[in-house]
Design a protein around this ligand. Structure first.
Ligand SMILES: O=c1[nH]c(=O)c2nc[nH]c2[nH]1
Length: 482
């Protein structure tokens, strides 16, 4: 790889200051050093020459070493998206789920596809496309499930590193003979741990500091793992501090299965706690049906939740309650959960999070014969709805907190790394663009009178990968759309 150049970026920068507040920095300049770190941020800069004058000199840089990127009128820089739960092999099935729900979906669509990716040429096709496509959608960090196949999992890690996507790559652990089909499972817990170690060793070999790509311990979900495998992975976590990902309480049939298979635990979260998997570095996907007591346990253990609204709708799992999770003090991020969810886009997941929160609101019963109760229910209906600011926070800083990278990514601060996207919306010309055939800027039409808050709302609800013109990870340009 050629040595990285310093960057100077100019224009409007938008990022979450808090879950409720987006900050807009107009006429700003951001300087990024050759390690991909933000070295300086300057406001009220008139143009490139003033930025160079002020920043390049202030930092003692040589102008010849700096590449300048200027956002055009109406464009803005936004932090890269963080997908806290995505299944790379399932990219080939995105959109294919029929009327299935979790357990029959796994059996019908998912296990056959995943097992077929032991064919490395097939794995290369699917994984290359998945990484390319998610980068194009602005996903700068992805927390991937791979398959049980070590060689294919290692290939996914290689591809993320070479294409420059920050990634957690998990070799799926599945050794229970009851749920996992004979054609797609580990022989036993020892095999699970051996194969997991092989992927850890491989990733350490290609990225020794786990700087861009890190392994993640991946007990698929409680029903697919034996007690020995879960306890062994927990031990590995204690020895290595590696993060953990799994699924929890997505579907009612799944929860009954867990109750039957693990009678020694009082809940689904209790199973993970009993076998040492509920840690501050654990990301739990879904959590649609967790109880008050489970949410309190998850909060106490500082485990995180990946909210996967698109998947929860597609597989008819149910609407997860983000406001309630936040009330409990749990960190929440967004997951596409492709292909439980049909889309590889975190912008789509953010939009779905906003919509699902409105379904949660619509599900709140308003009593007709109790005025105080009706007023309280009406207020709660309003409160549970997620705003544009909140879902964009989930897609960036919220996700960064989930994967333990909040000091590095998710926002624009000096010392953080430049994981970002340049977003462009269509500027409608004075004649309404009657003659234009070109829709390469997508269909977010900006007429010019919208406030910046309104532009962000338009992007959230109507944007797609055509609006994402450039993507950087750690200062490296990893995607460019002409
Ligand atoms: O949405 C999901 N996708 C999966 O692949 C899976 N495996 C277990 N539970 C799961 N849920």
């Amino acid at each position: 790889m050629s040595p990285q150049r310093k960057l100077l970026l100019l224009g409007t920068f938008v990022h979450s200051k808090t879950a409720q507040h987006l900050e807009f920095l107009h006429n700003a300049a951001v300087a990024v050093d050759e390690q991909g770190k933000i070295a300086a941020i300057e406001r009220d800069v008139a143009d490139a020459s003033e930025a160079k004058e002020r920043l390049v000199k202030q930092l003692g840089w040589n102008e010849a070493e700096v590449d300048v990127t200027e956002a055009a009128e109406g464009q803005f820089f936004f932090p890269g998206f963080i997908d806290t739960h995505i299944h790379a092999p399932q990219y080939a099935n995105a959109g294919i789920f029929g009327k299935s729900s979790l357990l029959d979906w796994l059996e019908t669509y998912t296990f056959p596809l995943e097992s077929s990716l032991k064919d490395l040429s097939k794995a290369r096709r699917v994984y290359s496309r998945c990484v390319r496509r998610t980068l194009a959608h602005g996903t700068t960090t992805a927390t991937y499930y791979a398959t049980i196949d070590v060689a294919a999992t290692n290939l996914l890690a290689d591809l993320c590193l070479s294409m420059g996507q920050r990634a957690f790559v998990g070799r799926a652990c599945m050794d229970d003979p009851e749920i996992n089909p004979a054609y797609y499972r580990d022989a036993d817990a020892a095999e699970t741990l051996r194969a997991t170690q092989q992927t850890i060793d491989h990733v350490r070999g290609i990225d020794p500091g786990f700087d861009i790509v890190s392994p993640i311990l991946t007990p698929r979900f409680a029903p697919s793992c034996t007690r020995e495998a879960m306890a062994g992975l927990a031990q590995l976590h204690r020895e290595t501090s590696l993060p953990i990902q799994t699924h929890i309480s997505e579907n009612l049939g799944e929860i009954q299965l867990v109750q039957r298979m693990f009678p020694e635990a009082d809940s689904y979260a209790g199973v993970y706690d009993k076998y040492g998997l509920l840690t501050h570095k654990t990301v739990l996907a879904h959590a649609v049906h967790i109880s008050e007591a489970e949410a309190s346990l998850i909060a106490e253990k500082k485990s995180k939740i990946s909210h996967c609204p698109c998947s929860n709708t597609c597989l008819t799992s149910g609407p997860a309650r983000v406001r309630w999770m936040w009330d409990k003090g749990i960190d929440v991020g967004l997951g596409t959960d492709m292909s439980g969810g049909y889309s590889p886009s975190i912008l789509e997941a953010a939009r779905q999070a906003a919509l699902v929160s409105r379904h949660v609101a619509m599900g709140i019963h308003v009593p007709v014969d109790d005025d105080d109760g009706a007023a309280a229910a009406a207020a709660e209906k309003e409160r549970v709805k997620l705003t544009v600011e909140e879902v964009l926070y989930l897609a960036t800083r919220g996700g960064a907190r989930c994967v333990g990278l909040e000091e590095k990514i998710g926002g624009f601060e000096v010392g953080m790394e430049w994981d970002a996207q340049l977003v462009s919306l269509s500027q409608v010309s004075d004649d309404g663009g009657l003659e234009e055939q070109d829709d390469s800027d997508g269909f977010v039409d900006v007429f010019g009178w919208e406030s910046w808050d309104e532009r962000l709302a338009k992007w959230l609800y109507n944007g797609d990968d055509r609006n994402t013109k450039r993507v950087w990870v750690k200062g490296r340009l990893v995607h460019r759309r002409s």
